[in-house]
Ligand binder design. Structure first.
Ligand code: NAD
Ligand code: MLT
Length: 312
C-alpha cells in the first residue's frame, strides 16, 4: 500500500530524507497554498507536514478524508486545531527538541542586541550617521533576567544568561525550589519575577491560559526601564499594551521575533525606535531545520508503516 504525504511549508530537503527513503511513500511539496487551496487538495493525502505558516484549521482537517497524521516540524502546535484532529482520529506529532538551541541562541542575540542598541546603531551608520552618544547601552553583568516559562528553551537561555553573569529568576508552574536551587537561579510567582527583572524573556507555549499573559497589568508590575524579549509566540504579549508601555517610557526596549499576526506588512510597534525585531527566525538555522524535519519525518514514516512514534 502506498501513502501520499503533502508538505505545505518549506522544510529542509536533507531533513525529509527519511520520507524519500521509504518505498511506499509519495511526497508532494506544495508550499504557499491558501487555506481554500489546501482544503481542496487535502483529500488525496494520508499525511500533512507543516512548519508554522500553514494554519491547519477544522475545515482542512474535516476535508482530509484519508488524513491519518499531521507532522509539525517544530515545537508549537498552536497552528493546528488539535480538538478537530482528535475528533477525526488524526494523530499530531511535533519535533520538540530539534530547535531548542537555535531558539535559545536567538533569544540571547536579541537580549544582547537590545542591551547595546546594535540594530539601531547599525541602521544609523548605514544611513551615514556616526552617533556614539545616542547608543550608550547597559551591561548584562549583574542585571536580573526574568524567565517566564522554564521548559527546554527557557532552561537553555538560563544557562547562557548565567554565562553572561546575569542573575536569573524564573516563573514556571512546574518549577520547584529544589530545581531552582540546583540550577543556581531564583524563582517566584509571575508577579515577583515581573517586578524584579531588568530584562524579561518569555518561553511559554501559546495556550488559552497564556494568551495576553503579558498585558497592561503585567506591564504595571514591571520596573520602569525594563526590556522585554518574545521569541516564543505572538499573542502571549498583548501588543497594544506593549505599545502603551513603550510610549509611556515604562519599557525602554523590546525585541520581538513573533507577532500576533504573521506574516504582516505593517505593525505599529515597528515604528517605535525602542523595538527591534526579526520575522520569526528563532528556529531558522540549518541545524535546527534539518533536525526538526528529520524527527518529524521519522515519526510520519514510523506511523504510516505501523511502527511507533516518538513525539505524539
Ligand atoms: P517547553 O514545553 O519545553 O516549555 C514551555 C514551558 O512553559 C513549560 O515548562 C511549561 O510548564 C511552561 N508554561 C506553561 N504555561 C505557563 C504559564 N502560564 N506561565 C509560565 N510558564 C508556563 O517548550 P519549549 O521547547 O521551551 O518552547 C516554548 C515555546 O517557544 C514553544 O511552545 C513555541 O511556541 C516557541 N518557539 C518559538 C520558536 C521561534 O522560532 N521563535 C522556536 C521554538 C519554539
Ligand atoms: C516552533 O514552534 O518550533 C517555532 O515556531 C519554529 C518554527 O517552526 O518556525
Amino acid at each position: 500500500m502506498a501513502f501520499n504525504v503533502l508538505i505545505s511549508d518549506p522544510l529542509s530537503e536533507d531533513g525529509i530524507q527519511p520520507l524519500r527513503a521509504a518505498d511506499n511513500i509519495n511526497i508532494k511539496i506544495d508550499t504557499g497554498l491558501s487555506n481554500e487551496e489546501l482544503a481542496d487538495r487535502i483529500g488525496d493525502f494520508d499525511a500533512l507536514l507543516v512548519r508554522s505558516q500553514t494554519q491547519v484549521t477544522r475545515d482542512i482537517i474535516s476535508k482530509g478524508k484519508k488524513l491519518k497524521i499531521i507532522g509539525r516540524a517544530g515545537v508549537g502546535v498552536d497552528n493546528i486545531d488539535l480538538n478537530a484532529a482528535t475528533e477525526h482520529g488524526i494523530i499530531v506529532v511535533n519535533a520538540p527538541n530539534g530547535n531548542t538551541n537555535s531558539a535559545a541562541e536567538h533569544t540571547m542575540a536579541m537580549i544582547m542586541s537590545l542591551s547595546r542598541n546594535i540594530p539601531q546603531a547599525y541602521h544609523a551608520l548605514k544611513n551615514h550617521k556616526w552617533d556614539r552618544k545616542r547608543f550608550v547601552g547597559v551591561e548584562l553583568k549583574n542585571k536580573t533576567l526574568g524567565v517566564i516559562g522554564l521548559g527546554r528553551i527557557g532552561t537553555e537561555v538560563t544557562v547562557r544568561a548565567k554565562g553572561q553573569r546575569m542573575n536569573v529568576i524564573a516563573y514556571d508552574p512546574f518549577l520547584t525550589e529544589e530545581k531552582a536551587e540546583k540550577m543556581g537561579i531564583g524563582y517566584g510567582t509571575i508577579e515577583e519575577v515581573l517586578s524584579k527583572a531588568d530584562f524579561i524573556t518569555i518561553h511559554t507555549p501559546l495556550l488559552k491560559e497564556t494568551r495576553h499573559l503579558i498585558n497592561a497589568r503585567a506591564f504595571q508590575l514591571m520596573k520602569t526601564g525594563v526590556q522585554i524579549v518574545n521569541c516564543a509566540r505572538g499573542g502571549i504579549i498583548d501588543e497594544e499594551a506593549l505599545y502603551e508601555a513603550i510610549t509611556a517610557k515604562k519599557v525602554v526596549g523590546a525585541a520581538l521575533d513573533v507577532f500576533e499576526k504573521e506574516p504582516f506588512h505593517d505593525n505599529k510597534l515597528l515604528e517605535l525606535p525602542e523595538v527591534i525585531a526579526t520575522p520569526h527566525l528563532g528556529a531558522s538555522t540549518f541545524e535546527a531545520q534539518e533536525s526538526v524535519a528529520v524527527d518529524v519525518s521519522h515519526d510520519v514514516v514510523g506511523f504510516l508503516t505501523g511502527e511507533s512514534v516518538q513525539n505524539p
